[in-house]
Design a protein around this ligand. Structure first.
Ligand code: SAM
Length: 279
């Protein structure tokens, strides 16, 4: 049965604010799963199962799929699309309320996230796993084109921001495919892309990861201001101390936050740590 017929049969009503734009193109679904590198040894966490089209494709190739879906009215739809699928478990819960450590304890091994994300939670969701995950190997997600650009941006460009610097501390990102809006039902107002964020947790050694995040947040608190000004205002320190930290971190005194690479932020936060600032 076609997806639209299954949805109609169960009188499913789309909720726009939950980012419900479903995929049914089997070639595209197969391509996403192939590019994600999931195989019979891989556990997968899928966020936002929707009508279960991607879930089904994933379960054909993965060891086990742990799916999350916030909308309980999709239960009968998922019951039908996933009938007979045994290596899959759907939790009807807001993923943002899930504890990453508890989830990882339940899975008990390394895993990948593969998802056509609800767009309204994209950035907090990525940061939740970037900051708290110990066992996630990769995040393969469909995101709005604008977010893909932000994830992949180079320092000094308009798209580079706190999320880029946050990801770059522990992972490497790449664009896998572009997906036009017509591939979704209902059709959203923007095009999308699938990006892969691969964890590389030993990339940098930083004295205090929380302080790295404080440095990034402070640096991007006002793009119009120099980094020194943001440090003075955000960390409530004197200009002299801000300039001292920047000199020790070998960052130009007039630099702006958005020009700093992850490596620069590591040096900055390590110097903040040495001077007991922002702790
Ligand atoms: N995976 C399906 C597909 O590709 O067709 C659906 C993707 S749709 C873009 C996003 C799904 O995420 C929707 O089914 C929506 O109800 C669900 N969702 C939205 N917010 C969520 C949340 N906070 N936690 C879990 N699922 C959520």
């Amino acid at each position: 049965m076609k997806l639209s017929e299954i949805l109609k049969k169960h009188s499913f009503k789309f909720t726009k604010k939950l980012g419900q734009n479903f995929l049914s193109d089997e070639n595209l679904l197969g391509e996403i799963v192939s590019l994600s590198g999931v195989d019979q040894n891989t556990c997968v966490v899928e966020i936002g199962c929707g009508a279960g089209t991607l879930t089904k494709e994933l379960s054909k190739r993965a060891k086990f799929v742990y799916g999350y879906e916030i909308d309980k009215t999709l239960a009968p739809v998922l019951g039908e699309t996933l009938s007979g699928v045994e290596n899959c478990e759907i939790t009807f819960k807001d993923i943002m309320k899930e504890d990453v450590s508890a989830l990882e304890k339940r899975i008990g091994e390394h895993y990948k996230i593969v998802a056509n994300l609800p767009y309204y939670i994209t950035s907090p969701l990525i940061m939740k796993f970037i900051e708290n995950s110990a066992l996630c190997d990769a995040i393969v997600i469909m995101v709005q084109e604008e977010v893909a650009k932000r994830i992949l941006a180079a320092p000094g460009t308009a798209d580079y921001g706190a999320i880029t610097a946050g990801i770059n501390l522990v992972a490497d990102s790449e664009r896998l495919i572009n997906v036009t809006r017509e591939k979704f039902y209902p059709t959203p107002e923007v095009d999308s892309a699938v990006v892969k964020i691969t964890f590389n947790r030993d990339k940098f050694t930083v004295k205090d990861k929380k302080l790295y995040r404080v440095a990034v947040r402070t640096a991007f608190s006002s793009r119009r201001k120099t980094l020194a000004n943001n440090l003075v205002l955000g960390l409530k320190i004197s200009r002299e101390q801000a300039e001292n930290i920047l000199s020790s971190a070998k960052i130009p005194l007039m630099a702006r936050g958005e020009t700093l690479s992850a490596e620069d932020f590591v040096r900055l936060s390590d110097c903040m740590y040495e001077q007991k600032v922002g702790l």
